[in-house]
Design a protein around this ligand. Structure first.
Ligand SMILES: Nc1ncnc2c1ncn2[C@@H]1O[C@H](COP(=O)(O)OP(=O)(O)OP(=O)(O)O)[C@@H](O)[C@H]1O
Length: 818
């Protein structure tokens, strides 16, 4: 039968014909066709993206040079087009680099830098130029003046999409009143339908960049955000990658490029947070994966018939009785000193014994003698579970291998497992060790092989003993045995060997991931800080409650990152509809693709009812007057696309987002709980406030006495803190006493200010007084335990008037009587 493919082959020249159509595509040409990937999919969005690219660059450049950013954005309507002008006071660009920055895609200073920046790929601003030339046919007009130069450079240019190189139409020097900075002018087909997004971007940029001055003038509105602080964010420093999460391909490239010869040197030179000790741990983890571990058996106990000394003696010939005895005894003693022993450890013991005896008796115990002793003692330890002729012997159910494995398995499996079953399992497992000893007497095995052996023994046990030996039991047994096994001392391959050996390099990457390594330094990151997150929210949103959290740095793909979260609730926030989620990455507000962002996914996945918010159906965005803010700061934020609108679903980042939000949400929960209990308290107080006076009146009528003091009674019933002033006339004027009666169950710290219209005297030591404009502010800060009271006494002239101000106790828990 003739296949379709074989007939194809007969038609010579098709491949050649097809090949003629193949040609390379310039990156500029590619993005010209795929503008949407860079966020230029419509006129409305294109304008916002262009503003974002220019402003992000301006902020990056100014901060990098230690300049407080001053950025002016103007959008002018120009017939069918819009003109965008962005001016900054940054360091400016040199004559040589300027055309490439604006006229060449994938040209930038940040791509290879492990440091937190807004810009990452070197595409942003040249893509805006590309979009502008494509839609308006006009070149970009750039003015830039570098610090210290007397003139500015002026360029008009476009991106040549065939070559991805700048095409300059005008190049001249000019004067500019800014001492340094850059001015970009782009014309483009656009509209202002995304006005809200534009405003949000500028407004939110101001929130997370309080050190920047921002001004936006657009056809309808004009607003300025003044600097809230003169403090630049702490300068970031470039760092090397962190060993956690670096991918194999990257490590292979690094292995090729490094100057180090040893793995240890490579790890310490090329990664952050790796010193000798950590490098050794990584190498051990590599050894475990690459070479496997060696099984360590228990040495014989005194009651066992195995005689290590005799085994060593029998294996040693022609060395004289005394030296042989000493050799065998030294080995036996050292073996007995070990809790468990692996083949390589025994080899060392034998070599040490040979050295010691040689020093003492002058007899040389050479390599062959040592090998013989090693083999004999090891076989004795294995209790004969190894072979002479290539075939394993049957395992004796009473043998030490079985007993040893039985003890480990018994400890690791649930107590419900029948003893006989565990023993049968151990016997089968010991069988696999004995079988393997035929091939490798050292009994080296990887964790994977160990898992296979345990699986095999467990399956046989299930089959023959008709019992379940499930996954958890198997995993526990593997864990217990792997735990007692020993890492081998083999030297790891050299860097040049590793770079040619994908599997070995992969074992190294796994080892790096498995090793506990200190979190990366955060000096390469510039989080906003919990305080400023809260301050930013307070500035922007009029709420009743604010909370924030900044997590410690974690790593993804070798890049460190920090997640911060903030929550604002209540007050003037919109009570209708869902909570607002504000997303930021490297201090840049993310405006589009909310639904595709890991941040939104995490917010939706949290059970907000647990935190006191309304969440219909128990999932999705919570409802009500809430703003949730999340900031991901990283040396490499993983965005879902080049347009940098949404954070990708990287599990490590999602986990941290969740933890940060939950941290802030816990504060929200306790605030809401407290508010609820205060509301209940207020309700109860209101009811009592109506009932008590009526009761007091009745009591007075019935008993014929004065009405009882309601304030005191109310404070006691409500477990309130009562602050009461009493004034008595005495010879010198008025004697004043302010008493705090704490009926609450908690200790209270109060801040009491009594504002008096005449100078108070006879004050106790713990009160202070300050005069201001004819009023005396008497301050007293008592700590009053539950069910306790404290009193302040002083004297004032006759005609004085007073006003009490009490802080430190919620209004609902406070009763003031004056
Ligand atoms: N206003 C500016 N002042 C000084 N340097 C600038 C300015 N704008 C851009 N640059 C320089 O030009 C480079 C390229 O900018 P571009 O916007 O193309 O990419 P990026 O910001 O590095 O990354 P991304 O593509 O992620 O935005 C920047 O890395 C920076 O070095």
């Amino acid at each position: 039968m003739t296949s379709f493919q074989s007939t194809l082959g007969e038609e010579s020249g098709i491949a050649e014909e097809l090949a003629e159509n193949q040609q390379s595509i310039s990156i500029a040409e590619f993005f010209e066709k795929n503008k949407h990937m860079l966020g230029f999919d419509s006129g409305a969005r294109g304008l916002v993206t262009a503003v974002k690219e220019a402003v992000d660059n301006a902020l990056d450049a100014a901060e990098e040079s230690g300049i407080l950013p001053d950025i002016y954005v103007e959008i002018q309507e120009e017939g069918d087009y819009y003109r965008l002008i962005v001016e900054d006071n940054g360091p400016g660009l040199t004559k040589d680099s300027l055309p490439k920055v604006f006229g060449k895609l994938l040209y930038g200073s940040r791509f290879h830098v492990r440091e937190q920046n807004r810009g990452q790929q070197g595409i942003g601003i040249s893509a805006a130029v590309l979009y502008s030339q494509l839609t308006s046919g006009k070149p970009a007009k750039i003015t830039s003046r570098t610090q210290g130069s007397s003139e500015a450079q002026y360029f008009e240019l476009i991106v040549d999409t065939d070559t991805n190189e700048p095409e300059i139409s005008v190049e001249e020097t000019t004067s500019w009143d800014r001492p340094h900075g850059t001015r970009i002018e782009l014309e483009m087909e656009a509209n202002m339908r995304a006005r809200q997004q534009l405003h949000d971007y500028i407004k939110h940029t101001a929130v997370v960049n309080p050190h920047a001055r921002l001004e936006l003038r657009e056809p309808q509105e004009h607003f300025k955000f003044e600097r809230a602080t003169d403090q630049l964010p702490e300068e970031t420093e470039e760092i090397r990658p962190h060993p956690h999460g670096v991918e194999l391909g990257t490590v292979l490239k690094m292995l090729e490029a490094t100057d180090s010869h040893s793995v240890s040197g490579f790890l310490q030179e090329e990664f952050t947070r790796v010193g000798t000790k950590t490098a050794n741990s990584v190498i051990d983890a590599f050894r475990d994966r690459h070479y496997g571990r060696e099984m360590r058996w228990r040495p014989p106990a005194s009651h066992e018939s195995i005689d290590i000394e005799a085994a060593a003696t029998d294996a040693t010939a022609n060395k004289g009785a005394d030296a042989t005895d000493a050799f065998a005894k030294t080995i036996a003693d050292a073996v007995a000193d070990h809790d468990r022993i692996a083949h390589h450890e025994l080899r060392e013991i034998v070599a040490d014994a040979a050295d010691a005896v040689e020093t003492e008796h002058g007899t040389t115990f050479g390599e062959t003698v040592q090998e013989n002793a090693l083999e004999a003692v090891w076989l004795a330890l294995l209790d004969g579970a190894a072979v002479d002729d290539g075939a394993a012997i049957d395992i004796d159910p009473e043998s030490r291998l079985v007993t040893d494995l039985y003890e480990l398995a018994d400890e690791a499996t649930s107590t419900r497992k029948d003893d006989a079953v565990v023993r049968a399992f151990a016997e089968r497992l010991a069988g696999t060790f004995a079988d393997a000893a035929a091939e490798d007497v050292r009994q080296r095995l990887t964790r994977g092989t160990l898992e296979e052996r345990v699986d095999r023994a467990a399956e046989l046990t299930e089959e023959y003993d008709d019992v379940a030996f499930g996954d958890t039991a198997r995993e526990n047994v593997v864990e217990a045995i792997w735990d007692v096994m020993g890492t081998v001392p083999d030297e790891p391959p050299l860097v040049r060997e590793l770079s040619d050996d994908r599997d070995a390099a992969s074992d190294l990457v796994d080892g790096m991931r498995a090793t506990d390594i200190m979190a990366p330094p955060t000096r390469c990151l510039s989080p906003i800080s919990a305080d400023l997150v809260e301050a930013g929210l307070e500035k922007e949103f009029d709420a009743d409650f604010y909370a924030s959290a900044t997590r410690d740095a974690e790593v993804h793909g070798g890049d460190p990152f920090v997640v911060e979260a903030g929550i604002a609730h209540g007050g003037e926030l919109d009570a209708e509809g869902s909570a607002d989620v504000l997303r930021f990455a490297n201090r840049v507000p993310l405006v589009y693709q909310r639904g595709a962002c890991a941040t939104t996914d995490v917010v939706k996945s949290i059970g907000w009812r647990n935190y006191g918010l309304d969440q219909p159906g128990g999932s999705g965005l919570p409802k009500g007057p809430t703003v949730i803010m999340v900031h991901v700061a990283s040396t490499n934020v993983p965005f879902t696309s080049e347009s940098k609108d949404a954070v990708a679903n990287v599990p490590e980042i999602e986990d941290e987002i969740e933890l940060a939000i939950r941290e802030a949400a816990r504060e929200l929960k306790s605030y809401l709980n407290k508010r609820r209990s205060m509301q209940q308290r207020r309700k109860k107080q209101n009811v009592l406030g109506t009932i008590l006076p009526e009761m007091a009146q009745k009591v007075a009528e019935v008993t014929g006495r004065d009405e009882p003091d309601i304030g005191d009674a109310l404070a006691r019933i409500m477990n309130n803190v009562l602050v009461e002033r009493r004034v008595e006339q005495n010879g010198d004027g008025q004697a004043v006493s302010v008493t705090v009666e704490n009926n609450a169950e908690t200790n209270e710290s109060l801040e009491i200010t009594d504002i008096v219209s005449a100078e108070p005297t006879a004050l106790p030591d713990d009160a202070t007084v300050v005069e201001m404009d004819g009023e005396w502010f008497l301050k007293w800060e008592p700590e009053v335990g539950s069910d306790d009271e404290a009193t302040l006494e002083y004297v004032v002239p006759d005609d004085a008037s007073f006003e009490l101000d009490v802080k430190g106790v919620e209004t609902e828990k406070l009763t003031i009587q004056q």
